[in-house]
Design a protein around this ligand. Structure first.
Ligand code: HAM
Length: 418
């Protein structure tokens, strides 16, 4: 038997209720904040990701699904959505008619990481991005939206971590200080970091190898090197969060695994998923639109790890697929034919209804109704049909009442469609 690919997974019918619930809650919230949906292809030219995420990142160096297609193009299954969003923003000149644009997009991403709990090779993200706003309120609003979504979903045990990574003006001073430290600890670094150090020393701060972690223990913090503008910007972000009762920790070690970030960065972290601590991550990328060929335009956004959020909620809530409101147990060909007509009209009217299509005994049909956890069963046998009635049974209270077959659709709708 052919099995699915390692690190990929099927999201089965029992699980999709939770996915739908999250998606519904999230899209309602983001729409209320003025974010509109955008849908993008899952494949782009490799160069787009290499240039935006950064050549020295784990994602671009080791994790992308990249191939040459039959026409000779270098293509990559998207490892994240921000690069594609920026590409689309520039390509369609979305800045031209309205400089401030807000989007959300939901879909699969692909990274060839080592699969484990909360980490997959095809995973899903809910991405939210805002273009054209430089001021710090939107940074706080992003974290506020994440906090509110988690609150609305009833997720607990998460913590917002925030940091600022500064701008091209403050980075060089920090880079020099970091390099001075790394030069003295060269032999402790892994081979990747030794190579990356000269080109992009910040990446060493993101390395998970124990030796590198040890080496950067006494590393300087970027927040201590911020220029006046960046410091002031970050101060306001923190003030607005505090004013709105959004708890957060200042995490001076938070550097994120993608190169495009500037200024505010953040993650929502949890202890509920073992080694995978981040349920969502994001930040500012004020230089990215320009770097990819668009006009200088600030940007900020985040992505929620959809799979991880589902896994946390599955532990903390019991949202399940809805059960039928009505199951029709029909006995005999004539009754079954009539019941089938009724199911068409009832389902069209919005009632969740089911019935047995094969010729089964009443006992077998009641058993099935129980298994489906149907709230009510309408029993229609030959005798009932002859008497022009059906019997409606409330499966919880076991109460039964007779219903006339005339107007049965309206009667059932009135009784069962709350
Ligand atoms: P990221 O931190 O790479 O950021 O990913 C965001 C979230 O996606 C993570 O916090 C995690 O929950 C989830 N995630 C990442 N990799 C996996 C995986 N292999 N399996 C399951 N879940 C995973 C970005 O992707 C940025 N584009 C976010 C962003 C948007 N920044 C600005 N705008």
């Amino acid at each position: 038997m052919i099995q699915l690919i390692r690190g990929f997974k099927d999201i089965l019918p029992g699980e999709t209720a939770l996915w739908q619930h999250i998606e519904k809650t999230a899209t309602a919230l983001f729409s209320a904040f003025g974010f509109g949906e955008i849908r993008l292809p899952i494949m782009e030219k490799t160069e787009l990701f290499a240039r935006s995420i950064g050549e020295d990142t784990d994602i671009v160096e080791k994790e992308m699904y990249t191939f040459t297609d039959r026409g000779g193009d270098q293509l990559t299954l998207r490892p994240e959505a921000t690069a594609s969003l920026v590409r689309s923003y520039i390509q369609h000149k979305m800045y031209a008619d309205e400089p401030v644009r807000r989007f959300y997009t939901i879909g699969p991403m692909f990274r060839r990481e080592r699969p484990q709990k909360g980490r997959y090779r095809q995973f899903y993200q809910i991405n939210v991005e805002a273009f054209g706003i430089e001021g710090p309120f939107i940074d706080a609003q992003m974290i506020y939206m994440l906090h509110t979504l988690f609150e609305q979903l009833g997720v607990h045990g998460t913590q917002a971590h925030v940091n600022s990574l500064g701008c091209p003006e403050c980075r060089p001073k920090f880079r020099d200080a970091l390099l001075a430290l790394l030069d003295g600890a060269e032999d402790q670094l892994c081979s990747d970091c030794r190579r990356r150090k000269a080109r992009n020393p910040l990446r060493v701060l993101d390395c998970k190898v124990p030796g590198c972690r040890q080496a950067v223990k006494g590393a300087p913090a970027i927040v201590d090197y911020l220029c006046d503008d960046c410091r002031q910007h970050f101060e306001v972000v923190k003030q607005v969060l505090t004013r709105n009762d959004i708890p957060f920790v200042l995490d001076k070690r938070l550097v994120r695994g993608l190169d495009y970030y500037t200024r505010t960065t953040f993650e929502i972290q949890t202890t509920a998923l073992g080694a995978q601590s981040a349920v969502a991550g994001g930040g500012r990328y004020d230089g990215l639109v320009k770097a990819l060929g668009g006009p200088a335009t600030p940007g900020i956004g985040f992505a929620i790890g959809f799979d991880r959020l589902v896994e946390i909620l599955a532990q903390q809530s019991d949202i399940q697929a809805p059960n039928p409101q009505l199951y029709i147990a029909a006995l005999g060909d004539k009754a079954r034919e009539m019941a089938f007509q009724w199911t068409l009209a009832l389902a069209k009217g919005g009632l969740h209804v089911d019935m047995e299509h094969a010729n089964k005994s009443l006992k077998a049909q009641m058993k099935r109704a129980n298994r489906l956890k149907a709230a009510h069963v309408l029993i229609v046998g030959e005798d009932e049909l002859a008497a022009g009635k059906g019997v409606l049974r409330d499966m919880a209270t076991k109460e039964q009442i007779d219903l006339s077959i005339d107007n049965i659709i309206e009667t059932l709708q009135q009784r069962l469609l709350a």
